[in-house]
Design a protein around this ligand. Structure first.
Ligand code: FES
Ligand code: FES
Length: 202
């Protein structure tokens, strides 16, 4: 078990029990079974992309995927999750290549502070996995549990459509085009670096 990084283990753990092993972004990781999933990810594994917000399952900033389905990590205990696959925002990109949903958020600038962005990206990823061409109503429904304090909802909806384009018609989406627009002499601008950090959850 990795050491706690920021005291969150003490905040979220009621006590020690036997260990549970979950598969996080493809790697088997063990943590005491009394740990919340959010604490396991952030305090034990150092994956801080899932953000602590309300702590009550209401804001969606802590959203991760459990076997492909969005869950609120703040309300989910790891007990009983042995062998379950957990995908966090850190597990979406392949090296330097962003996942199409991450790329879509960058392309349309679907964020301000970026605090909600990892949860939004994962909820949209799950939506497009189960419904590749969702209606506007389905998009609204899928994102009902993800709150954006900055009010970027219209651009987030645009990002869903952009992600669908990138996924279904690769010729439309030169996924690197927007990134190139945000470079000066081949180096990322501050805005590009900030966008990249938000969608990668770093
Ligand atoms: S912090 Fe988990 S839903 Fe708000
Ligand atoms: S971009 Fe700030 S909370 Fe959504």
């Amino acid at each position: 078990m990795a050491a706690s990084t920021d005291g969150e283990a003490a905040r979220f753990e009621p006590g020690e029990g036997h260990d549970t092993t979950i598969i996080v972004n493809g790697d088997a990781r063990s943590v005491p079974s009394t740990t919340s999933l959010l604490s396991a990810l952030r305090a034990h594994f150092g994956l801080t992309g899932a953000k602590p917000g309300c702590g009550e399952g209401a804001c969606g900033s802590c959203t991760v995927l459990l076997d492909g389905k969005p869950v609120r990590a703040c309300r989910q205990s790891v007990a009983g999750l042995d062998g379950t696959h957990v995908t966090t925002i850190e597990g979406l990109a392949s090296g330097d290549t962003l996942h199409p949903v991450q790329q879509a958020f960058v392309d349309v600038g679907a964020m301000q502070c970026g605090y909600c962005t990892p949860g939004m990206v994962l909820s949209v990823t799950a939506l497009l996995d189960r419904e590749p061409d969702p209606s506007d109503e389905a998009v609204t429904e899928a994102l009902t549990g993800n709150l954006c304090r900055c009010g970027c909802y219209s651009r987030i909806r645009k990002a869903v459509h952009r992600a669908r384009e990138l996924t279904s018609e690769p010729s439309l989406g030169d996924p690197m085009a927007a990134r190139r627009r945000h470079t000066v002499s081949g180096r990322p601008t501050r805005c590009r670096r900030a966008c990249d950090r938000h969608v990668r959850g770093t």
